[in-house]
Ligand binder design. Structure first.
Ligand SMILES: Cc1ncc(COP(=O)(O)O)c(C=O)c1O
Length: 374
């Protein structure tokens, strides 16, 4: 099947090289939602330093199996206990672990959503139930349906903010869901992989309130915000008993030494605040502009989500997401076809916000494709 999402996700440059024949460095990738200026300099310097150590200690020894230093820093960062934190090889490992270890009879997903929520269940033959929210409703899910999902399922995934829509469930609503989840003894898994991109994101998170909601689990990723998807790093915050139960089933040393070191630098006082400021400034300066430019094409509508990506819908016959992906791909520009998400169809695609000059290339390429089509 000749498609960019052959392995289920955006950001697959190796497949793009096979499909479109460009060298990797020539491709402009709007299909993965990664901060476009790369990781904090201090992380890169630290990794270089470690790799320059005599004896290459980071490579020739096993990493800390208990991820002690980074767990301490994460606990301190969120003002939770160290035994409430489990570090993983990216958020993806943790999504898979919660389903594998908690063995829900039924998994619920608020769709359209990150495909791994459903996949982690389906590959274990666990039935998946969905509440599907719609563009026309601003992707606000129906409360009564969510309540029923929490009643019927043993574990429910919610993206906060959600991918690919960018919709963010308000904290007050999340608290109601979390309360309901306690009553129903349902695991509520809040995937906050993109919450760092949201203004005042930490204030919208439930991490600080988990003592009230013992069946809620929060997942975080450091791969998008800190631009480290190749290194793999994420973590989970929950009650100590759940963390212990999940840790027992995690592959030993799943978080490599360089990822652990990078996480410690990311959360250090000198790096964290200025970096958050830098990323938020970039997003303020670029996202609205990109949204306005995309929305100025009569063929396109844009959903103003809360994250560092935009869900776009084509309203022109013949201009499908697949068509646009192919045409743009031939120009070395990659977008995420969203036709395979539950609740979306061949009209939908997703664009990551990138550097202003890169966004301009995207807009020019879209213009070329649409003019030729029109
Ligand atoms: C919503 C969401 N959660 C989690 C992940 C997994 O991220 P990672 O494993 O890189 O931390 C992704 C990756 O695209 C995602 O989109």
């Amino acid at each position: 099947m000749a498609r960019l999402e052959r392995f289920g996700h955006g950001g697959d440059l190796d497949t793009a090289v096979e499909l479109y024949g460009y060298a990797k460095e020539k491709l402009l990738d709007f299909s993965a939602n990664i901060y476009p200026y790369g990781p904090p300099k201090a992380i890169v310097e630290r990794l270089r330093e470690l790799l320059a150590e005599p004896g290459l200690r980071q490579l020739t020894h096993y990493p800390d199996p208990d991820v002690r230093e980074l767990r301490r820093m994460i606990a301190n960062h969120h003002q939770v206990e160290e035994d409430q934190v489990l570090v993983g090889n990216g958020g993806a490992e943790l999504i898979d672990l919660v389903v594998g270890v908690l063995s829900p009879g039924q998994v619920g997903v608020l769709e359209p959503a990150f495909v791994e929520y459903g996949e982690s269940a389906r590959k274990r033959d666990i039935p998946v139930q969905a509440v599907v929210s719609r563009w026309e409703d601003g992707f606000v899910p129906d409360w009564a349906e969510v309540e029923r999902l929490l009643e019927r399922c043993d574990l429910v995934f919610v993206g906060v903010p959600n991918n690919p829509t960018g919709h963010l469930v308000p904290q007050e609503m999340l608290k109601l869901w979390a309360e309901r989840a306690v009553e129903e003894k349902t695991w509520l898994v809040l995937d906050e992989a993109f919450i760092d991109f949201v203004a005042n994101g930490e204030e919208r998170s439930l991490i600080g309130l988990l003592d009230r909601y013992p069946t809620t689990i929060v997942l975080r990723s450091l791969t998008k915000f800190y631009a480290l998807p190749g290194l793999r790093l994420g973590y989970m915050v929950a009650q100590p008993e759940v963390i212990q139960q999940i840790k027992r089933q995690q592959v030993p040393w799943s978080v490599n030494a360089l990822a652990q070191a990078a996480g410690c630098v990311a959360l250090s006082a000198e790096v964290y605040e200025p970096y958050v400021e830098e990323v938020h400034r970039w997003l303020r300066e670029t996202k609205q502009e990109l949204l306005t430019q995309l929305a100025s094409f009569p063929a396109l509508e844009v959903f103003p989500g809360q994250a560092n990506y935009l869900l776009v819908r084509s309203c022109q016959d013949g201009v499908t997401s697949r068509f646009l992906q192919e045409e743009l791909g031939r120009r070395g520009v990659l977008i995420r076809d969203c036709g395979m998400y539950t609740g979306l169809d061949e009209r939908y695609f997703r664009i990551a916000v990138k550097k202003r000059e890169e966004n301009a290339v995207l807009i020019e390429s879209v213009k070329e494709v649409l003019v030729n089509e029109g």
